[in-house]
Design a protein around this ligand. Structure first.
Ligand SMILES: C[S@@+](CC[C@H](N)C(=O)[O-])C[C@H]1O[C@@H](n2cnc3c(N)ncnc32)[C@H](O)[C@@H]1O
Length: 481
């Protein structure tokens, strides 16, 4: 067992029993100082990332500011790749630009990109569907009629920025060619993730498997995807922390949501028939109020995200709320999925403490089998949100002791980073948490000896009876200094 594995095994031993696999100006944040990174660099030794291994302490200290700034730029650059992934998913599943049948997770297995823009007699039904969808998407993006469809506007901006002249036939063909390339890359990557997961399962050790899953997307484009399910896992963890006396009624006042995400077209369901939305900040508020862990007048929620799209979306919502406008969250629910009773109940009751039911978006013909409800979240709840730009891997907000957080939540974000970057992120989280405060995360993170954040337990939540449809949420607690 290597040192890192030993640390992991000690740190998340509890997980062994698991059974399945208006933005802040830059001056208000600072990069992780070398003094906080040093113990992490020491623990990783020669396994530190390129450019940092095999260096003396003096060399590392001198090099640190430059390395951090360069790494920050490199991480932010991964957002573009994530946007292309989103566009490809939208092409496969979306219903707002085409009337053609949606692809399903089943017919994506073994899918290949269509070879040409023209129909090909030997192509499988799925490839033919995809070819038609690509045609429709490019047609919609190059249509002259004005549109308010924010997804079309976004996709058009992306392709235009890349230099494709969609008003010309040659530009459209080049855009199709480019999309085919993106699709091929994404399918290759997906096959790689499936292999890694298989290999992790074959380890036959739940802790090792969880660890392997926890860095699965470390080289993937940064995706903004979000859905309702992880919020059930967070709510159940909060309830369990309360039941065990680790969180007291009314004790949560300052909450941070790292990586709240933006629902453009979810990778599994791909719904695009309602405006883009963020869910997690509201889900967490709802849960804390429902459980009595927070009292409404004192609750302050801050979101920290690296994505300008997420931050702009939330900033606009907050600005509108300050002028009295509520925020509507749409909650599509596929009744055909064998959801657990808890997931069904969660969907049904979502938002009861922060809003009221309202008319849901009309279901498109292709999605008539869905159930849907919508919640209108009160302007007062939205207006108290603070929206901040932050790369949590490399930076932290400047906070006084009184401004530190009681609770920080980060689901489906650290899986995009390797163990070294996750350790830096944990050091930043440590800086942001008050002593005794909790960090809830659905990844197994290394707990290096220098860290004052330690796992206090975990909870597994199953969303449906489909294989692998659930989350382990680990409760990391900030120890006293
Ligand atoms: C896949 S989404 C998850 C959204 C939501 N937490 C959920 O579980 O549904 C990941 C989110 O984390 C953000 N993110 C990724 N890397 C980040 C980083 N280094 N610092 C802050 N936010 C980050 C992305 O922009 C995105 O909003």
């Amino acid at each position: 067992m290597t040192m890192r594995r030993a640390i992991l095994a000690a740190g998340v031993a509890a997980v062994c029993a698991l059974s399945y696999a208006g933005q802040m100006p830059p001056a208000a944040t600072s990069f992780i100082p070398y003094s906080d990174a040093r113990p992490i660099l020491e623990a990783f030794g020669n396994e530190a990332p390129e450019g940092l291994g095999r260096k003396s302490a003096e060399e590392l200290e001198a090099q640190w500011p430059q390395w951090v700034a360069g790494r920050d730029a490199a991480i932010r650059a991964r957002l573009e790749q994530g946007d292309w992934d989103t566009l490809v998913h939208w092409m496969m599943f979306g219903t707002s630009f085409t009337k053609r049948v949606r692809l399903t997770p089943e017919n994506i297995q073994n899918l290949e990109p269509p070879a040409t823009a023209a129909a090909s007699p030997g192509a499988t039904a799925a490839v033919e569907m995809l070819r038609g969808r690509m045609e429709d998407l490019v047609d919609a993006l190059s249509a002259k009629a004005p549109t308010q469809n924010e997804r079309i506007l976004f996709a058009r901006r992306m392709l235009t920025k890349k230099g494709f002249q969609l008003e010309q036939a040659a530009g459209r063909e080049a855009a199709r060619e480019f999309l085919r390339g993106q699709l091929a890359r994404m399918l290759r990557e997906q096959a790689g993730y499936a292999e890694t997961l298989d290999a992790a399962r074959r380890l036959g050790n739940a802790t090792e498997e969880f660890a392997a899953r926890s860095t699965l997307y470390r080289e993937r484009g940064l995706s903004l995807d979000t859905s309702l399910s992880p919020n059930l896992a967070v709510e159940r963890s909060l309830a369990e922390l309360q039941r065990r006396g680790l969180l007291a009624r009314g004790s949560v006042r300052r909450v941070a949501i790292v990586g709240p995400g933006l629902d453009f077209t979810d990778k599994q369901s791909g719904f695009d028939f309602y405006p883009q939305q963020s869910v997690q900040p509201f889900a967490v508020m709802d849960a804390l109020l429902r459980l009595g862990l927070a009292n409404e007048p004192q609750l302050r929620v801050t979101t920290f995200d690296i994505s300008p799209r997420v931050n702009d979306h939330l900033t606009r919502a907050v600005n509108r709320a300050r002028r009295g406008a509520s925020y509507v969250v749409q909650l599509p629910f596929d009744a055909g999925v064998p959801w657990t009773a808890e997931m069904r109940a969660y969907w049904k009751n979502f938002g009861a403490r922060i809003g009221t039911p309202t008319a849901a978006a009309a279901l498109p013909a292709a999605l008539k089998h869905l159930s849907i409800r919508a919640v209108r979240i009160r302007a007062g709840e939205v207006a108290q949100l603070r929206v901040r730009d932050l790369n949590v891997v490399l930076a932290r907000p400047r906070l006084t002791a009184n401004e530190k957080f009681d609770l920080i939540i980060a689901t489906n974000i650290l899986v995009y980073y390797d163990s070294f970057e996750q350790s830096l992120a944990l050091a930043n989280v440590e800086h942001m948490l008050r002593p005794g405060g909790f960090f809830l995360c659905n990844n197994a993170l290394l707990e290096l000896p220098s860290s004052r954040v330690r796992s206090a337990g975990y909870l597994t939540t199953q969303y449906s009876e489909r294989g692998d449809d659930g989350d382990h949420v680990v409760w990391y607690q900030r120890q006293k200094d």
